[in-house]
Design a protein around this ligand. Structure first.
Ligand SMILES: NC(=O)c1ccc[n+]([C@@H]2O[C@H](COP(=O)([O-])OP(=O)(O)OC[C@H]3O[C@@H](n4cnc5c(N)ncnc54)[C@H](OP(=O)(O)O)[C@@H]3O)[C@@H](O)[C@H]2O)c1
Length: 327
């Protein structure tokens, strides 16, 4: 079978498609015939060698895949050959056949396509664990989602709305702001860091933001902390701008603000049952039409480097998905 490999860390154009042996499932393992694999911003960091968790090279990148169960190992009872499934993994999804422990696999409802499912898992689990587990979001609170035009951002806007929050989206341009409104944002701003604090206080009638899913970093994070309400929570999800500005303890002290980190993959590794039940809950929201997953474009396996570069370049409206059989 074919698998995309990182042989040397570097730009996405350096990815190689290699012939590797078909995987065989051991006890408790499942082989999935990958129909679609989602591209996520962290894949770029992995391929470039700057991500926090990197395996020995060569390895296959890719953190989520949807497809059908091709083979099951001894003791696997929850899943059967031919079943439509989704899985979240640390690495390896950009391949034709993916070997995974059964505990990381979720059955898919008929209503979701493989392409949608492959684009769904990581962004919605990240948004869910950020909003619900780390920020303890309550109905009626003001939620700010920065980087709202991106994958996690779009999921965050929709999920916060579905959970009963009043949602402010921060996007980089008017087109993305409009998309965020279409996805349920009550307010969509395109403010830069110089006006962000004032704009957030104005929009919330002076209350400030209760919960922020913060993906941009840099000066945006600084201003978000300053515009946070009493007992507000800021969830650090990423640094898409590349900046990691320090946070002033005084800003936290004066309004009892919590800044919390999020590494959503930890829930997959430490609490796989919780990750599965969360995915099932998210998929149910999808079936009910309360959240969506816009797929921007698909690329064949052999063009995975181009797919990652497109995400890196920005300007994507929705998710990018690798579809192996088109290679
Ligand atoms: N902590 C976790 O568990 C976890 C999980 C998944 C992702 N992440 C992180 O979350 C972030 C978003 O991931 P994603 O998959 O949603 O990525 P994505 O789809 O590429 O979205 C990135 C978003 O950030 C915006 N952005 C990029 N550079 C910016 C800048 N200089 N200033 C302001 N906005 C900027 C982009 O705006 P445009 O749309 O205008 O280009 C886009 O909306 C990344 O930092 C990623 O590493 C963290």
């Amino acid at each position: 079978m074919r698998a995309v490999q990182v042989q040397e860390f570097g730009p996405p154009s350096g990815l190689v498609v290699a012939e590797v042996p078909d995987p065989e499932p051991g006890p408790g393992e499942v082989v999935i015939a990958v129909a679609a694999a989602g591209v996520n911003f962290p894949d770029i960091l992995v391929v470039e060698g700057t991500y926090q968790n990197l395996p020995e090279r060569p390895f296959s990148p890719g953190k989520e895949a949807a497809g059908t169960v091709l083979a099951v190992g001894e003791g696997v009872e929850r899943l059967a050959v031919g079943q439509r499934v989704l899985t979240l993994v640390e690495h390896g999804a950009f391949t034709e056949q993916l070997l995974v422990p059964e505990e990381l696999v979720v059955a898919l409802p008929d209503e979701i396509t493989f392409e949608q499912a492959a684009a769904f898992g990581l962004v919605y689990s990240t948004a869910y664990f950020g909003l619900v587990r780390r920020a303890r979001l309550s109905e009626g609170e003001w939620v700010l989602v920065t980087g709202a035009g991106g994958g996690v951002g779009s999921a965050g806007v929709q999920l916060a709305k579905a959970l009963g929050a009043t949602v402010i989206a921060l996007a980089r341009d008017e087109e993305r702001a409009r998309l965020a409104r279409e996805q349920g944002a009550d307010v969509a701003l395109t403010s830069d860091a110089s006006t962000l604090r004032d704009d957030l206080l104005r929009v919330t009638g002076g209350h400030g933001v209760d919960v922020t899913l913060e993906m941009v970093g840099g000066d945006v994070l600084t201003q978000v902390v300053r515009a946070t309400a009493w007992e507000g929570r800021v969830v650090i999800v990423g640094f898409a701008s590349g900046g990691q500005n320090p946070i002033k303890p005084g800003h936290l002290l004066v309004k009892n603000i919590s800044v919390v980190g999020l590494q959503s993959s930890d829930y997959r590794d430490r609490t796989p049952e919780l990750m599965r039940s969360t995915m099932e809950e998210m998929l149910q929201l999808f079936v009910e039409g309360r959240i969506t997953i816009p797929v921007d474009s698909t690329f064949p396996l052999g063009k995975t480097g181009d797919a990652l570069q497109a995400v890196k370049d920005g300007g994507i409206k929705g998710k990018v998905v690798i579809v192996p059989e088109r290679a």
